[in-house]
Design a protein around this ligand. Sequence first.
Ligand code: C2E
Ligand code: CA
Ligand code: CA
Length: 729
Amino acid sequence: MLQLLPQGYFTDHYGIKMSQSDNSLKLVLVIDDDQTAHLWAKRYLSAAGFAMVSALNGHEGIEAFKKHTPDIVLVDIDMPVMNGFVTCAAIRALPTGKNTPLLMITGTEDAERVASSYLAGATDFVVKPINWKVLIHRLHYMIKASSLLQQLEKSEMRLSKAQQMAKLGHWEWYFFENNKIYLSDEVFAIFHVNKESFIPSLVNLKAIIHEADREYVQMSFEIVIQNKMPLMIEYRIITQTGQQYFVGQQIDTIQTSNHELLGLTGTIQDITERKDNENKIKHLAYYDDITGLPNRTFFLELLSNSIKLAKRNERNFAVLFLDLDNFKGVNDSYGHHIGDRLLKEVSNRLTAGLRSSDIASRYVNTQSLGTDIARLGGDEFIILLSELTYPEDAAYAADHIQQWIRDPILIDTQQVYIGSSVGIAIYPQDGEDTETLLKNADIAMYHAKKIGKGHYQFFHDSMNVKAQKRRKMENFMYQAVENNELRLYYQPIVSAKSRQLIGAEALMRWQSPQLGFLPPDDFISLAEDNGLIIKFGEWAIREVCRQHKQWQQQGMGHLTIAVNLSGLQFNQPNFIPMVEAILAEYEITHPDFLIFELTESVIMADTERMFNKLWQLKSIGIKLSVDDFGTGYSSLSYLKSFPLDSLKIDRSFIKDLPHNGDDVAIVQTILALAGTLNLSTVAEGVETSVQRDFLENSTCNSIQGYLFSKPIPIIEFNQYWKLSLIQDI
Ligand code: C2E
Ligand code: CA
Ligand code: CA
């Protein structure tokens, strides 16, 4: 029996897959025994406009395939009973399963598995954890490629059928009899001329041929006449109404028995449909030859998908339009050969820079690297920055990108200096579609050039003002710790069952004498950009330890305190010694009150290094929590290899509880699986009593949110604790 997740949810998709047209919802069959995998798949696939059918094992998968003929199949390799290879081979053996694209999902990328995948008939494979953002592009690409191939196959079949039925245009040209030319009815039809009025003279026929192809056609005829051998050519014709068609033409000779050439004969056929399909396939060559970066076609698809995702998640992103300054000069003085190598070097620097730089890497998902940079053509590059908390942040990336390119480039023995100008457009304010965004980024780039080369400009002037403001903020920021301007606010966390206060999350604020009181959203991302977060974060850990000591003296030592860690901070080589030093400073021997909150994307970024670091913290006795769980790319089963203690279910899943059936299903699944993995759970952002009631009746362990309290200064928190004691009595 086919099982659908969440229960009954996908039934409405069944009827949809009626039409095979390009606009119909494409149906994805996901075969995976991991229930969370289906949840993430559903979340990202439906956002990207796919319909989905779920199967939890190979047998169900095959049944589902027979029943629904999906456009594409995702199969997990590691499944009990019938593994992915067997499932894949079984689908390929089905009469309808010959051509469907089939993507294998594997936990590890070893060569043997890859080879077995292809042997079993897989079209391609993808490694867990799945980066859905990137996978969506691949799915679109694979579906398109497969349907084009099918179309091509069909039109080739039609061609041979037509030949069989002799439905080709046929012509004869006799050199004697005044160059008499005879055309069959089909030729008139193919040339779109009227049989009654068209005079089939050489001049008239030549006029139909596309100007650019005339010489080629004429030469071909001459070759046939010279060699007395048949030839097959393809060329374009332009009809009287200006329409362009492709024709395939066979040219053969008419000879007497003693090889005297009397004339030519041949067949002609309209091959426009086939040519169009071939061109489309050529277009699917998605990468730029010189740099290996995605080309314009690919980029436009990436951009349109980014728009869809950003729309759904209500996020910003930036499009950076980069144009090299005086590239033409380089080409003119050193030659195209050097010019090409320069482009390649620029592309290398962009890719390497975005990969390694702490600053820009925050805006680029490490797994999708390579698809966030594209070459539009000439000396124009595009960089897509997602995960922007503030659009102004793009200014920092632009700054760094320009620096990377400015460093002298050594080509052979030549030192080449090249600058760049960058225009920045922000989704959605500067455009909500690919065309507008690209155009406005281009316009901004033009403005950057105008104020002098080597600059960047936002499309919207208000953004330029904001970027300036942030530069000003940065100046004040350097002294914030020394001048004692940072504060920690504490937000109560209560037990879901007893509603008793069990701990708090420490959240940073900046009391700036010049700028006023600032919430973290106003300055954390900037501090991550310029590295100050390392210092800020260290301050927060020290402050929390100091607070714990004080609470111990007040009888509040049992309260847990969660501290947020930035990825940049956590990834510092001396992070663990730093933590140990602070614990020693405050003579804390049992740091089990301390919880470090890390986001999924930080944990998943470099799994091996993480693994070691997390185990080290664990051995010190510090607890680990996954912040904003559900918004990243990981699956729970993947996380089980890490020594984690709790999951914080992201606010976005709590917001519409219990009315939104999807969110109910997601929260319940997270809770159930967290239970089997022995992880405790915290629901974040609980604002209403209905949300609380729902969570209290579930297996969720603790709750945090405005319903209980906003983050408050320490004095208020202490009062909150005392009040909660009184209420308990
Ligand atoms: P976060 O870790 O997800 O923290 C929870 C945020 O949600 C807090 O915002 C909190 O005030 C807010 N919140 C809590 N309950 C509710 C609710 O019921 N409804 C709504 N609408 N919001 C609620 P805050 O304090 O502005 O912090 C924002 C983010 O700043 C944090 O998100 C965290 O990512 C970052 N942050 C805060 N302090 C630090 C820090 O010390 N270090 C680092 N690296 N990041 C920090
Ligand atoms: Ca947090
Ligand atoms: Ca959070």
